[in-house]
Design a protein around this ligand. Structure first.
Ligand code: CTP
Ligand code: MG
Length: 239
């Protein structure tokens, strides 16, 4: 009899936050009495289905030891890489041995501190009968225009909005398959900005799970007060 797959978390947190700017990387900024990354980890660590977590950090990161999870037995520190996909790949490698190839790995941006318990439960439930994997995503509300060149200001065409989604995290895939997909993209020189893209390169079709719109990624300075507001709306109490 095969055992049912376990669930692990990989948190890419090795970015420099160039678009956000400032002396402290955005994942360590304070948000309602805790650091951004502490919110992101807290969403998973107390969940009964989560077996453990690997956090990818810059080797020069001196802020991590100050966080509440630095010495947590279920949280492992791993060196990140040059791109987000390298950080994820390193963290996945760190899980090998502890985790099986068929186990699920939920990859979640450290810079996404507002993940609601209901969204995590929805994603985990979708995995129960899912061969490939799934990601939280939000249907696009705006009319979307495409331009011919990346920075050309003239409309080439309007894209059909009904089929467009914003890809959020967590994104959940099997440990073995996600490692294979990331290694393939790396070998082919294919740049990817999320984990589902790597799976798509293998011809696989991850399932889209409609999530909450407040699961934002902190990218620019104006996103921090927005995250503050969303946490307050979710009933988050300051410690
Ligand atoms: N990340 C990572 N390793 C990298 C780059 C990014 O682990 N080499 C992580 C970031 O820490 C973040 C997540 O991936 O939690 C999403 O990336 P992004 O929002 O782009 O963060 P940064 O790369 O830090 O920001 P920027 O692109 O503005 O520099
Ligand atoms: Mg980045």
């Amino acid at each position: 009899m095969t055992e049912s797959p376990r669930h692990w978390v990989v948190l890419p947190a090795a970015g420099a936050g160039r678009r956000f700017g400032g002396p402290v990387p955005k994942q360590y900024l304070m948000l309602r009495g805790r650091r951004v990354i502490e919110h992101s980890i807290a969403a998973f660590i107390e969940h009964p289905l989560i077996a453990g977590c690997a956090v990818a950090l810059s080797p020069e990161d001196a802020w991590w030891p100050e966080t509440a999870y630095a010495n947590h037995p279920a949280v492992k520190r791993v060196d990140g890489g040059a791109e987000r996909s390298d950080s994820v790949a390193n963290a996945l490698t760190a899980l090998v041995g502890q985790a099986a190839d068929a186990d699920w790995v939920l990859v979640h941006d450290a810079a996404r501190p507002c993940l609601a318990a209901a969204d995590l439960d929805q994603l985990l439930a979708a995995l129960a009968d899912e061969p490939v994997g799934a990601l939280l995503a939000v249907p696009i509300q705006d009319t979307v225009k495409a331009s011919e060149e990346a920075f050309d200001a003239r409309v080439e065409r309007t894209l059909p909005r009904q089929q467009l989604w914003r890809a959020y995290t967590p994104q959940a895939f099997r440990l073995g398959q996600l490692r294979e997909a990331l290694a393939y993209c790396r070998a082919q020189g294919i740049a990817i900005t999320d984990d589902a893209s790597a799976m798509e390169q293998l011809g696989l079709r991850p399932r889209l799970i409609e999530g909450r719109t407040d699961n934002i990624k902190i990218t620019r300075p104006e996103d921090l007060p927005l995250a503050e507001f969303f946490l307050e709306q979710q009933g988050h109490q300051e410690p």
